[in-house]
Design a protein around this ligand. Structure first.
Ligand SMILES: NC(=O)c1ccc[n+]([C@@H]2O[C@H](COP(=O)([O-])OP(=O)(O)OC[C@H]3O[C@@H](n4cnc5c(N)ncnc54)[C@H](OP(=O)(O)O)[C@@H]3O)[C@@H](O)[C@H]2O)c1
Length: 294
C-alpha cells in the first residue's frame, strides 16, 4: 500500500496558480474570490502564484481586490509573482514584438506595480519570468537586492532558467536564489534525463513545477486501463496520481496547480500526501514516454 507523508509546517504541498483566473467569471468578484481563498487556506494551501502578464495584470488586480475585501486575509497568504516578459500586444514600439526585459529599472518598476495591484505589503517571492540573453546580471542582482532591503520582496528566484543561467545570476549576489519555476510533469519528463533535476538539488533550488497536470493533457497520454488500475491500487484520481508522481522526485518539487476547481484541488492534495509504489511510478513514466524503460 502507498505510504502517507506529513508535510513540514513550512512547506506547502501545492501552490495555486492564478494564470487561469479569468476563465472563472464566478471567481472574478472580490467577495467570491476572497471566499475561495479562505476555503484554500482551510485546506492548508496559502501560497498563490501570479505574474504581471496573467490577464495583462487583471489576475493580480482582481486578487488584490479580493484581499482588500477581507481584512486580515493578506496576513494569511503568501504571494509569488513574476515579471520580465513583454507580450507583443503590449510592446509600444514599432516592432510590436514579444520580448524579455530582465532589466534593473524595468524589474524595479514591475515590483512596485505588482505590489500596488496585489494590495500586499510584501511580495513573498519574486521571480524573473524568463532568462533574457540581454540581462546585465550585476545590475539586475543589485535591483533585486534593493527590493529585498526595502522589504518589498522577501526572497528571490527565477523561472524557466537553465543551470548555467541561474548560476550566472547567483554569482552576482549574496542573496540566495530560492527556487526555479519550470515545467515538469508526466507530460514533460525531459528534465529528468538531462541533469536538470540534479542541478536543482546540487544548488539547493526548490523546483516549482508549472503545468503539473500537463495543462489537462494527461488523460490522452496515459491509457485508460493503466489509469484505472493505478486508481484502484492507490485510491487516487488522475489528478492525484499526477501530483503523487511529481512529489515523489528527489527534492519534492512543489506543483503549481492551474485548476481552480475545488474537486481537482482536493484530488491534488490527496496525491501530494502519497507515495506511489516504485513499479507504478515507472509504469506511468513508460506510458507517457511511449518507450520501454531500457
Ligand atoms: N513560470 C512559467 O513560465 C509558467 C508557465 C505556465 C504556467 N505557470 C503557472 O503554473 C500554473 C499552472 O499551469 P497550468 O494551468 O498549465 O497547470 P495544470 O494544473 O497542469 O493545468 C490546469 C488545466 O488543466 C485542466 N485539467 C486538468 N486535469 C484535467 C482533466 N482530467 N480533464 C480536463 N481538464 C483538465 C484544468 O481544467 P479545470 O480548470 O477544468 O480544472 C486547467 O485548465 C499557472 O496558473 C501559472 O501560475 C507558470
Amino acid at each position: 500500500m502507498p505510504t502517507s507523508t506529513p508535510f513540514p509546517a513550512s512547506e506547502p504541498p501545492l501552490i495555486l496558480g492564478m494564470m487561469r483566473l479569468l476563465d472563472h467569471p464566478d471567481l472574478c468578484q472580490p467577495q467570491a474570490l476572497a471566499r475561495w481563498i479562505r476555503a484554500r487556506i482551510d485546506e492548508g494551501l496559502s501560497v498563490f502564484d501570479h505574474a504581471d502578464i496573467y490577464g495583462d495584470g487583471q489576475c493580480e488586480r482582481i486578487f488584490g481586490e479580493a484581499l482588500a475585501s477581507d481584512p486580515g486575509l493578506q496576513r494569511e497568504i503568501r504571494v509569488i509573482t513574476k515579471a520580465g516578459i513583454v507580450p507583443a500586444h503590449l510592446d509600444a514600439s514599432r516592432w510590436g514584438t514579444k520580448h524579455y526585459r530582465a532589466e534593473a529599472h524595468y524589474l524595479t518598476d514591475a515590483i512596485d506595480s505588482a505590489l500596488s495591484r496585489l494590495q500586499v505589503e510584501q511580495i513573498d517571492t519574486f521571480l524573473i519570468h524568463r532568462p533574457d540573453p540581454l540581462m546585465a546580471a550585476d545590475r539586475v542582482a543589485q535591483a533585486l537586492e534593493r527590493a529585498v532591503a526595502a522589504g518589498k520582496v522577501r526572497q528571490i528566484g527565477v523561472s524557466n532558467f537553465l543551470p548555467d543561467q541561474w548560476r550566472w545570476l547567483q554569482r552576482h549576489t549574496n542573496l540566495p536564489l530560492i527556487c526555479n519555476q519550470c515545467e515538469l510533469s508526466l507530460a514533460h519528463t525531459a528534465p529528468l534525463f538531462d541533469g536538470t533535476l540534479e542541478a536543482h538539488l546540487a544548488d539547493n533550488l526548490r523546483w516549482l513545477a508549472w503545468s503539473p497536470l500537463g495543462g489537462g493533457a494527461l488523460g490522452q497520454a496515459i491509457p485508460d486501463t493503466l489509469m484505472k488500475a493505478a486508481g484502484q491500487e492507490t485510491g487516487l484520481c488522475e489528478t492525484g496520481l499526477a501530483i503523487a508522481w511529481l512529489r515523489q522526485l528527489p527534492g519534492r518539487p512543489v506543483p503549481v496547480l492551474g485548476s481552480l476547481r475545488a474537486a481537482r484541488i482536493q484530488g491534488a492534495l490527496e496525491g501530494a500526501r502519497k507515495d506511489l509504489p516504485r513499479p507504478l511510478w515507472y509504469a506511468l513514466l513508460e506510458a507517457v514516454r511511449d518507450q520501454a524503460v531500457p
